[in-house]
Design a protein around this ligand. Structure first.
Ligand SMILES: Cc1ncc(COP(=O)(O)O)c(C=O)c1O
Length: 382
């Protein structure tokens, strides 16, 4: 298989940052795509208990029924939908579910629309599934708005699916209810499958998340993707899920059976605790992200050469810096000890943006973002 076209890896910057640290340099990490919080203790205990009780073997490839029932209840609370546990498939991370959704819907040559900028794995997953990636450009001048008119222009008779992600990585914007309804109407009218990646749905600073699952009559074309990585700081546990149109459930289960067999048994038990246990840790984390966002925004506002859209969710900000972001990210790391990701990692359109992550302390965000502003001035005057 040809792997050359598959996504950029954020590990290049990480590798360099580690190398510099090994040589004694202090680095502020603002590139990280995972919460810096510890997984809540009750979740860790639930995993221990499951292991001690011998829950350490293969499970139902679709996911244990208790967890699918808990996920079903979660949809009722957060997405106001009754979903049968039969339509839920538990996977080792949401990412795997995104790939399965494409593998079961896309035939070679089919076009799949995804956003540019956007989460870097989408394009790779489309390529792996044999599809042709079609970028839907979200314009920074238009606040990275998901403009339904722009979407319409991209649809051809080969378009098979559309990937949405909101709150959005890397911009932190979201999709409002009316726009989402319009997008889903377009998808329905054009016979598209929609893969709605809502992994950041609980990390929202303003308003309430309105899910694609809450729209009427979507069940035959919507794959809802969510997981535990971001909400419960569980990235390394590898656990996520999809709510799958009925006719695809067994196909997805077959893919899972023939690849990873199932999500890790005791992690599934811990995921039940994540959903059913206290939720205060989620609120604490989201409040901390919001405070950090405000710190970053206040510093960036003072820098006339930087423009940005204020994020409403997730834990990133994606400012325009007006210079080649790859070169700048390396300069920033080498000369100022701050690691960020170049916008070029998130598509072809935003090569002059950088992604700053809030997965670091308030002190480090303040220091790191101040250094970014200073570095940009020096970079431009070199
Ligand atoms: C938009 C988006 N979707 C999915 C994922 C992957 O989630 P998981 O850890 O559940 O595979 C990420 C991780 O960064 C993400 O940003």
């Amino acid at each position: 298989m040809e792997t050359k076209g598959l996504g950029h890896s954020s590990f290049e910057i990480l590798r360099k940052a580690r190398e510099l640290e090994r040589r004694g340099k202090h680095i502020i990490h603002l590139h990280i795509g995972e919460p810096d919080f510890k997984t809540p203790e009750n979740i860790i205990k639930a995993a221990y208990t499951a292991m001690e009780e011998g829950f350490t073997h293969y499970t139902d490839p679709q996911g244990i029924l208790d967890l699918r029932e808990a996920i079903s209840k979660y949809q009722k609370i957060y997405r106001e939908r009754e979903i049968s546990p039969d339509r839920i498939v538990v996977t080792p991370g949401a990412k795997m579910m995104i790939l399965y959704s494409l593998l079961v819907t896309v035939n070679p040559g089919d076009e799949v629309i995804y956003t540019d900028p956007g989460y870097m794995s989408y394009r790779s997953h489309i390529l792996i599934s044999g599809g042709k990636p079609v970028p839907w450009k979200l314009s920074p001048e238009n606040g990275f708005h998901h403009d339904p008119d722009d979407l319409k222009k991209l649809i051809t008779d080969k378009t098979k699916a559309l990937i949405l992600n909101f709150p959005h990585n890397p911009t932190g914007v979201t999709i409002d209810e009316q726009t989402l309804r319009e997008i889903l109407k377009i998808a329905r009218e054009n016979g598209l499958y929609v893969i709605s990646d809502e992994i950041y749905s609980r990390i929202l600073f303003n308003g309430k998340h309105f899910s694609a699952l809450s729209v009427e009559d979507v069940d035959d074309f919507l794959f809802l993707i969510d997981g535990f990585s971001k909400t419960y700081a569980m990235t390394g546990w590898r656990i996520g899920y999809g709510i799958v149109p009925e006719k695809f459930v067994q196909m997805v289960v077959k893919l899972q059976t023939n690849t990873v067999s199932c999500a890790t048994s005791f992690v599934q038990k811990a995921a039940i605790e994540a959903i059913e246990g206290p939720q205060e840790s989620v609120d604490t984390m989201v409040n901390a992200f919001e405070r950090r966002k405000n710190i970053a925004v206040n510093i960036l506002r003072e820098a006339p050469e930087i423009s940005f859209v204020e994020p409403v969710g997730a834990f990133y900000i994606f400012p325009y810096v007006g210079v080649d972001s790859n070169e700048f990210a390396h300069y920033l790391l080498d000369e100022f000890g701050v690691a960020v990701l170049p916008g070029s990692y998130f598509g072809d359109q935003c090569k002059r943006h950088i992604r700053i992550s809030f997965a670091n302390s308030e002190k480090n965000i303040e220091e790191g973002v101040t250094r970014i502003v200073e570095a940009l001035k020096k970079f431009k005057n070199r």
